[in-house]
Write a protein that binds this ligand. Structure first.
Ligand code: ADP
Ligand code: MG
Length: 579
């Protein structure tokens, strides 16, 4: 495995940074409209794109010790404390190549030994047989600098978003009506809505509700606002590997701290895998059938299986101990005799092996299922035949706890995100005005394509927008000139197709020099980051059992790339260096 670290300069970065002040959506600055004020556009138009130089200065001089100190990870600005004329001591280019290569080598060994791995796409069976064809997950060599106040903000709103998802999920009419036009033009959303309708018809109640979410944000460079990209309610990935990469960075900072002069405590440890496992185990307890298992719904081939196995491993080997230590033994908590077992099934297998008993219990391959944890089922490709749709319906009919239920799934769609950003909509679901204000503050501009003014604006200035279909999983959005083309095409095709998309304000995070490690090689490039905050929510009737922030995921991608998925090959796993 080569660890050659090419420190060549990156290719030209085409990220158009526009100095705009977006109306954070709308209701935040203008409570009566989420239309884009015209003056922001004039400003955006007038200002030239800016690009931060790759030679961001990395080290700071600690005035007390007069030694070079990596103040805040890889993008810290050089400052002399107390002094105004800051001078660069060492920039990223002058980070000693030997030191970088040593760190890369150590990081690759650490990753292999600690399960920071994914299936290697070059090995045929790597997506089906664990232990065959593993390669380290792509990662950033050093954690990304992030302002602590913004991090705290993102953490603070996590339980509010959890609660919001729960409340919205209970409003079947709102979900159906908001998605009614999308239903006509998007076959996939239409099938999901059909299942939802069926559940409404039979008045199916989900009394125990489990959500394992992740709210993703980018920090807008100009406005310094942390704006939500999306809220994931199904198959939120990387709680496992995200936790491990934070430990990798902490290990590097500890081992190379003397050279880098940075403080390992600025990289928060990340307990996403533990928290998600714990929430799953608590849901299992609420289901109250000691013989039942947790079922992970998986894709037939899954190169990101180790991320999922981290949760199964925790449940089987770690969590019983944690629970034993923290909770009194009761009849509902028979952990002295049972571990929690996770089984993995594809949708096709569930169709073949699944049945529902008269009392509503779902049996799959003879196992009673307490909790269904979806790591598949979010994309049309997960439903290649009617068998998968039958399986989804069967699961929804059962008494098993679904993570997510069809209502939670629909609540996480991009159309619902846009509806929730409209004026006075959050108020339907949340009482506390301060909470509403906090959520609104993270909403970016979001619009339906029925808004003719915004469509005109987007045709004129497509690079200020992202156009999104109702899809999950990366690689589906439309950017730049393609936005204009797509909008002009839709204009010709007629109004109906509009409902398949939403328009979103494009967020421009600061780019900075980064070492990206992929396939055993390290290269330096301009990159931008996206912060995800996991949230776990568990409720049994009126009792909220878990409502917490549950660790984080930092993903970093070269700034010339529009999309950001790690599994999709655009981004690397990363962690935070709080300043
Ligand atoms: P998906 O469901 O496919 O993950 P997202 O809405 O998260 O869809 O978009 C995918 C990626 O596109 C994000 O991870 C981010 O990198 C980029 N992206 C999405 N929305 C925006 C935006 N408004 N501004 C800038 N980049 C965006
Ligand atoms: Mg996303």
């Amino acid at each position: 495995m080569g660890v050659g670290c090419s420190s060549s300069l990156p290719p030209t970065v085409n990220n158009p940074h526009c100095s705009i002040t977006f109306p954070h959506t709308s209701a935040h600055t203008n409570p009566t409209s989420n239309h884009l004020p015209i003056n922001w556009l004039a400003r955006a138009h007038l200002q030239k794109p800016t690009k931060s130089p790759i030679s961001k200065r990395l080290f700071t001089l600690d005035s007390a010790r007069k030694t070079p100190t990596l103040k805040c990870g890889r993008t810290a600005q050089m400052e002399i404390e107390g002094g105004s004329d800051s001078k660069p001591i060492l920039d990223l280019h002058s980070l000693d190549d030997n030191l970088v290569q040593k760190m890369v080598y150590d990081a690759l060994v650490w990753s292999s030994l600690h399960g920071l791995v994914v299936g290697d796409r070059n090995v045929q069976r790597s997506g089906t047989v664990p232990g065959v064809g593993m390669v380290h997950a792509p990662f950033a060599l050093l954690p990304t600098v992030f302002p602590e106040n913004q991090w705290k903000l993102a953490c603070e709103v996590a339980p509010i978003f959890n609660e919001l998802v729960d409340r919205v999920s209970l409003d079947g009419k709102f979900l159906q009506e908001s998605l009614s036009r999308t239903k006509k033009v998007d076959a996939f959303t239409s099938r999901l809505l059909d299942i939802h309708s069926k559940m409404l018809e039979i008045n199916k109640k989900e009394e125990i509700r489990l959500g394992l979410h992740r709210s993703d944000y980018m920090l807008d460079e100009k406005t310094k606002l942390l704006l939500q990209i999306e809220l994931n309610t199904i198959s939120t990935s990387f709680p496992g590997l995200g936790s491990v990469v934070s430990e990798l960075h902490r290990s590097l900072l500890k081992n190379y701290g003397e050279h880098l002069g940075c403080d390992v405590n600025c990289t928060p440890s990340n307990d996403a895998a533990n928290r998600f496992s714990e929430a799953l185990a608590k849901a299992w307890i609420e289901y109250n059938n000691p013989k039942a298992v947790i079922m992970v719904v998986v894709q037939p081939e899954e190169r990101n299986m180790y991320d999922q196995h981290w949760l199964s491993f925790n449940l089987k080997e770690r969590y019983p101990f944690i629970l034993f230590m923290t909770q009194p033994l009761t009849l509902k908590n028979p952990f002295n005799t049972h571990n929690v077992t996770m089984i993995r099934k594809t949708m096709a297998e569930i169709d073949k092996e699944g049945e529902i008993q008269p009392d509503g219990t779902l049996l799959v391959g003879g196992h009673a299922i307490a909790v269904i944890y979806f790591r598949a089922g979010y994309a049309p490709t997960d439903y290649p035949s009617e068998a998968e749709w039958r399986a989804r319906l069967l699961m929804e009919h059962s008494s098993a706890i679904k993570c997510p239920s069809i209502s939670y799934h629909l609540t996480g769609t991009k159309k619902i995100q846009q509806e929730l950003a409209k004026p006075n909509v959050l108020e339907k679901f949340i009482d506390n005005k301060e909470d509403i204000a906090k959520l609104r503050k993270c909403f970016a501009g979001l619009w339906s394509l029925d808004d003719a003014d915004i469509v005109d604006t987007a045709i004129e200035k497509p690079h200020l927008f992202v156009m999104k279909p109702q899809r999950e999983g990366g690689g589906n959005n439309i950017y730049g000139d393609d936005v204009r083309e797509a909008l002009l095409r839709l204009r010709k095709d007629g109004k109906e197709q509009n409902a398949a998309y939403i328009l979103m304000q494009r967020i421009f995070p600061t780019d900075s020099a980064t070492f990206l490690v992929r396939d055993g090689s390290c290269h330096k490039d301009h990159a931008v980051s996206e912060l995800g905050i996991y949230g776990a929510y568990l409720r049994n009737k009126d009792k909220v059992i878990v409502n917490e922030r549950s660790g984080y995921l930092m993903r970093t991608k070269v700034s010339s790339s529009n999309e950001g998925g790690v599994a999709a090959g655009f981004a690397v796993l990363d962690s935070l260096y709080l300043t």
